[in-house]
Structure formats: structure tokens, C-alpha cells
Design a protein around this ligand. Structure first.
Ligand code: SF4
Length: 423
């Protein structure tokens, strides 16, 4: 399975217009097939070598693409994922169709013998803007051990260089687990040397085969966030983003507040962040994100496989806009536990997928977050109730980035004390 794609923007479409998440998803992930020749230990899709008979056929896929494109400007970014999208013979036709309808398109191929230079060139010719490739170790032993197929590490480096030469933007995805955590600085150096434009850290959600892997602790997550913030100040190298870790935004806001930005950092988002920081405040599973499975099921994300409809019988945008599941995921006042009372719930909200994976409740709390929001007096005895009166409530529509602090971080010393755990 290939990891999810987060390119190229957050709250803004390619037109520069902002997505209003209640009306329009910013990213639509379509699992074009579950077929894949790899056997990744963390595969969400639990991919199989052969295509399933339930896959959407070409006509169904075209109709679905038309429905997504009909949403108007700014149109969502359509990410062809899998499984391995290259296992689908009509992939290039479907990409070209989506591009002809005005949809920005990215593809997340698996690194197998199917991903040749000719394939990369054909993707570019069909109109693909960017691809994402997974790199989960700084050497062959680490990466191939997770991917399950020897030689994948070398092929990934080769594919990354070839894709860049063919004019594709490349995002490298790296899974964050207890096993990969110490290797991240070395992977960072490798990604920088390769020349990839973006490096996305995907924080493990224990679904699919990912249940077999080790989650990092909330404390290590905080240390990693501080490292990413420091790392993102570096000039040059790829833009670093986080996936399934919306509480990274909380750290940015806390840092901004410590350095004097105060509440303004949370309520008045600047028009754009400097290089090194992703846009996308407020985006999370079901809020700006829509996932369509190989068989047409409509879900809030690939890691939150709760089915709200099926494209064979419903318009996916209608499902996104009006299904009770999506409506509740877009309403932080419906969240339970600490995420429900947290003052950062509108800009963060926690990973809904991780909350579901850990508790069975998609509106529950994200167990990877170390923050303990204060319990207000009126909430004692009803800790599952929504918070009220937060100065951050006004940030509900802030889908864009917040500027990182301009001055040196106050938590730099703390980071230094714990840095060895990452290296
Ligand atoms: S408690 Fe929930 S909403 Fe608050 S910062 Fe943590 S994950 Fe985000």
C-alpha cells in the first residue's frame, strides 16, 4: 500500500481560492485498486496481488470523477492511491480524464518493476503533477524489512531521481513508528540529497497490517514535533509536513504564544507560511478529506473506514456534505473526552482515525496527544461535554497555515536534552 498524499497545498486550491470544508473537500483520495505486488507491514488496505472483482469499472470511475469535478472552483486535489494504481490498466486514461475536467492529479504508485522511467514519463504526459513514494528507512535493511520485498530501497531512490528528472514533483512519505523514529534524521538527510520537494511524516494509525507495528509515545511525539519545527527553519531541503498528526498545529500555536504572538496566532492566520511549513490548519479526516475505496465506498479517510455511502448509488460530494458521519466529524463540539473540551479543537481536533482505531469512537480523543486541556468548573462531572468560550472558536474556518514563530524556540533546550532519542 502506498501512503497518503499531501501535495501540493492546504487550505487553498490551485486557483488560490480557499476551500470551505463544509462544502468542498480539499483532497479526494481514490483507492483505484487494492492490488499490489508489495507486502508492506503497515498496509492499510491489506493489499493483495490481484485486482478484486468489486473494483469500480472504467465507466463508474469516470462518472465519479465527473461528480467530483462538478463541485466547481476551487476543485479538490484528486490522489490516485492503492494498492498500487499501476496495477490498473486504465490508469492513464482515468488520469487524463480527471485532468481534462480541471482536477489537479497526483498518483501514489508502489515501487515495483511496474514503476519504470517510461511509466513516470507517461504519468507526466497524462497530466499528473506529482507523485508520492514511500521511504521508511535510511538503508536497504530498514526499508526493505518494512516493505517485505528486497531491492525496494534501491528502486525507490532510483524512482525518486527519475521522477524529478521527468518533471514530476515528488513527495517522500515516511511512516513514524517506534522502529523508524531513531532513523528519521538519517532519512531526512537522504530525502534532502535526493532532491524531493516534500517530505511527509505519516504518524502511524493502527489499522490494517499497521496493527503489528509499534506506536510512539505521546512524549516522543512532542519531541519529534519540536525537532520538525527546528528542522523546518532550515533553508533548502524538502518542505516537511505531518499526516494524521493535527496536534502538530497545537505545538506551533503554543510556540507562537510563548514568543509573544498570543491569541492572535490562533485566531488570525497570516496569508501564508514561510517555506518549511505545510498549510492545512483545520483539515483532518472528514473535514477537507474524502476517501473513496476500490469498491466505491465513501469514507472520511483511508484510515477511518467507516462507510457513509457508495458512489454506485450516491454522489460522493453529496455524501461528504450531508451524511451524519461527515457532519459530526466536521463539528468539534461533538467530540468526546479531552478533544471535545480542548481549546485547540477547531484548528486541531485530533486524528479522528487514531481515535477510532484506539477506542472504536471516531469522535473520541486522539491517544497520541500529550496535551491535557484544562477542565473548567462548569464541566466537572461532564468531561465529555464540549468546551465553550474558547478564544480559538473563531478559528473554526481557519483552514490555512499559521506562521511559525520567527524567533528561536524556547523549547530548544528541552529538544536538545531529548534529541538523542531521535538519532
Ligand atoms: S487534546 Fe485533541 S484537540 Fe486538543 S491538541 Fe490534543 S489532539 Fe488536538
Amino acid at each position: 500500500m502506498t501512503a497518503r498524499f499531501v501535495y501540493p497545498s492546504g487550505g487553498e486550491g490551485t486557483s488560490g481560492m480557499r476551500h470551505v470544508f463544509a462544502a468542498t473537500p480539499q483532497r479526494v483520495y481514490w483507492e483505484v485498486t487494492r492490488a499490489c505486488d508489495l507486502a508492506c507491514r503497515h498496509c492499510r488496505a491489506e493489499a493483495q496481488p490481484c485486482r478484486a472483482p468489486e473494483e469500480l469499472d472504467s465507466a463508474e470511475a469516470r462518472r465519479m470523477i465527473d461528480q467530483i469535478a462538478a463541485v466547481g472552483s476551487p476543485r479538490p486535489h484528486l490522489i490516485f492511491t492503492g494498492g498500487d494504481p499501476l496495477k490498473r490498466p486504465d490508469l492513464f486514461d482515468l488520469v487524463a480524464h480527471a485532468v481534462s475536467k480541471g482536477l489537479p492529479v497526483s498518483v501514489s504508485p508502489a515501487v515495483t518493476g511496474l514503476l519504470t522511467r517510461d511509466t513516470l514519463r507517461a504519468l507526466r504526459t497524462a497530466g499528473v503533477e506529482a507523485i508520492s513514494l514511500s521511504l521508511d528507512g535510511s538503508d536497504a535493511a530498514r526499508h526493505d524489512g518494512l516493505r517485505g520485498v528486497p531491492g525496494t530501497f534501491a528502486r525507490t531512490l532510483e524512482a525518486t531521481r527519475a521522477a524529478i528528472e521527468e518533471g514530476l514533483l515528488v513527495q517522500v512519505n515516511t511512516l513514524v513508528t517506534s522502529a523508524t523514529l531513531p532513523d528519521l534524521p538519517a532519512i531526512d538527510e537522504l530525502v534532502s540529497r535526493l532532491g524531493a520537494q516534500r517530505w511527509s511524516l505519516f504518524f502511524l494509525v493502527t489499522v490494517g497490517r499497521g496493527r503489528e507495528l509499534g506506536q510512539i509515545s505521546p512524549e516522543d511525539c512532542e519531541t519529534l514535533f519540536a525537532w520538525v519545527r527546528e528542522r523546518s527553519r532550515r533553508v533548502g531541503g524538502p518542505v516537511v509536513t505531518t499526516t494524521e498528526a493535527p496536534h502538530y498545529r497545537r505545538g506551533l500555536l503554543e510556540q507562537g504564544a510563548r514568543q509573544g504572538a498570543g491569541d492572535g496566532a490562533a485566531t488570525a492566520a497570516p496569508p501564508g507560511g514561510p517555506p518549511g511549513h505545510a498549510r492545512g490548519f483545520g483539515i483532518r479526516d472528514g473535514n477537507g478529506i474524502l476517501f473513496i475505496s476500490y469498491s466505491g465506498d465513501v469514507c472520511p479517510s483511508g484510515f477511518l473506514p467507516l462507510v457513509a455511502g457508495n458512489v454506485r448509488t450516491s454522489d460522493p460530494i453529496d455524501v461528504y456534505r450531508s451524511s451524519p458521519l461527515f457532519l459530526s466529524l466536521r463539528d468539534p463540539s461533538s467530540f468526546h473526552g479531552k478533544c471535545g473540551r480542548c481549546e485547540y479543537r477547531h484548528v486541531c481536533g485530533g486524528s479522528r482515525a487514531r481515535a477510532w482505531a484506539a477506542t472504536g469512537d471516531p469522535l473520541g480523543s486522539d491517544p497520541l496527544c500529550a496535551y491535557e486541556p484544562p477542565v473548567h468548573e462548569h464541566e466537572v462531572g461532564s468531561s465529555d461535554g464540549p468546551a465553550r468560550g474558547s478564544s480559538l472558536a473563531a478559528a473554526d474556518s481557519a483552514n490555512e497555515t499559521h506562521s511559525p514563530p520567527a524567533r528561536a524556540s524556547h523549547d530548544h533546550a528541552a529538544l536538545g536534552r531529548r534529541q538523542l532519542r531521535l538519532q
